[in-house]
Structure formats: structure tokens, C-alpha cells
Ligand binder design. Structure first.
Ligand SMILES: O=P(O)(O)OC[C@H]1O[C@H](OP(=O)(O)OP(=O)(O)O)[C@H](O)[C@@H]1O
Length: 161
């Protein structure tokens, strides 16, 4: 994923991710009963594990996708593995809807499923049924599995001139 289209970053710790996934679980608990969860790889895998625990769901499947960037824009989303059926009774979990391309593909595949993500950007928000936190389109969310702690200069040392 390229970072040029992003003006700011939003780092998320494991602790915050856990809290946000539990917040999504609370919202889903109030909405419906689900027979099982479909995690969207790869970003949906960790949230799906947390939500499966909170909703007491043991039936978990995956829709496997890979998206390719082209000229600094998110491009084609390729389906590597789907699931049978129209999605009725299933809860789809992803970490984020950004442009909405992934969600659009999966909604076509599973039109009757409930689509939930923890974070949503404005372009993708209309495609999700339930989410927790909206972030601006130009924010790059730094997920804990994509990052590690490292030294940074003190603020005073970063001043120009
Ligand atoms: O709304 P979109 O623009 O389609 O973006 C959302 C998708 O992007 C992220 O996956 P990513 O492409 O980073 O792949 P990964 O989860 O396998 O790392 C995220 O997990 C969503 O599935």
C-alpha cells in the first residue's frame, strides 16, 4: 500500500483495537443473531477472532481477497476464495472500509449478509451496515499488526531551522 494519498496517520495499539472490536461487538449484539462469521482476509481476521469470542460464535469462515494499488490509487480487488450461498444469517467482518471496493465485491457475492467493519472512511461508509469509528479519507490507519515500536526524535529536536 502506498502512503502518498494520505495526509495524516492514525496509529492504533493492540489495546485500542481490542476495545474498538468489543465496541463493535456491543453494537452487533443489539442488532441481530448470526449463525456464523465470515472474516475478510487479511485485515478482518484479528477483529473476527475478538468478535467471535464476544458473540459466542464458533462457526467462522473466510472470504479471501487481494487488492492491488496502481499509480497511487487503490485498484483491482481479486477474489481468491469465496463461500457458498447468499450470506443469509452470516456476519461479515473487516477491519476497514476505505474506497469501498472490497466491500462492494463482497456484497455482490453475499447480498444477504450483514457487513460490519471497525473503521470506515466516507467513501466506503455507505457500504457497511455497522461500524464503530469514522476516519477521514486522507488518513492512513496504522494497524498494530503492520507496525512496531521504534525510537522517534523528541519534539524539540524535530523543529526546523
Ligand atoms: O475499501 P477498500 O479500498 O477496498 O479497502 C479496504 C480493504 O483494505 C484493507 O485490506 P488490504 O488491501 O490492506 O489488504 P490486507 O488486509 O490483506 O493487508 C482492509 O483490510 C480492507 O479489506
Amino acid at each position: 500500500m502506498t502512503e502518498n494519498r494520505y495526509q495524516r496517520t492514525y496509529p492504533i495499539s493492540w489495546d485500542q483495537l481490542h476495545r474498538d472490536a468489543k465496541a463493535l461487538s456491543w453494537r452487533l449484539l443489539d442488532k441481530d443473531f448470526f449463525n456464523g462469521i465470515i472474516a475478510v482476509t487479511r485485515g478482518g481476521l484479528v477483529p473476527a477472532a475478538i468478535i467471535a469470542r464476544e458473540l459466542d460464535i464458533r462457526l467462522v469462515d473466510t472470504v479471501c481477497v487481494a487488492s492491488y494499488d496502481w499509480q497511487d490509487q487503490k485498484g483491482e480487488v481479486k477474489l481468491l476464495k469465496g463461500v457458498n450461498g447468499d450470506g443469509e444469517g452470516w456476519l461479515i467482518i473487516d477491519d476497514l472500509v476505505d474506497t469501498g471496493r472490497t466491500a462492494r465485491l463482497i456484497r455482490e457475492l453475499l447480498p444477504k449478509a450483514h457487513f460490519a467493519s471497525i473503521y470506515a472512511k466516507p467513501a466506503g461508509r455507505p457500504l457497511v451496515d455497522t461500524y464503530v469509528t469514522e476516519v477521514s479519507q486522507d488518513t492512513w490507519i496504522l494497524f498494530p499488526w503492520d507496525t512496531e515500536s521504534q525510537f522517534v526524535q523528541p519534539l524539540a529536536g524535530r523543529r526546523q531551522g
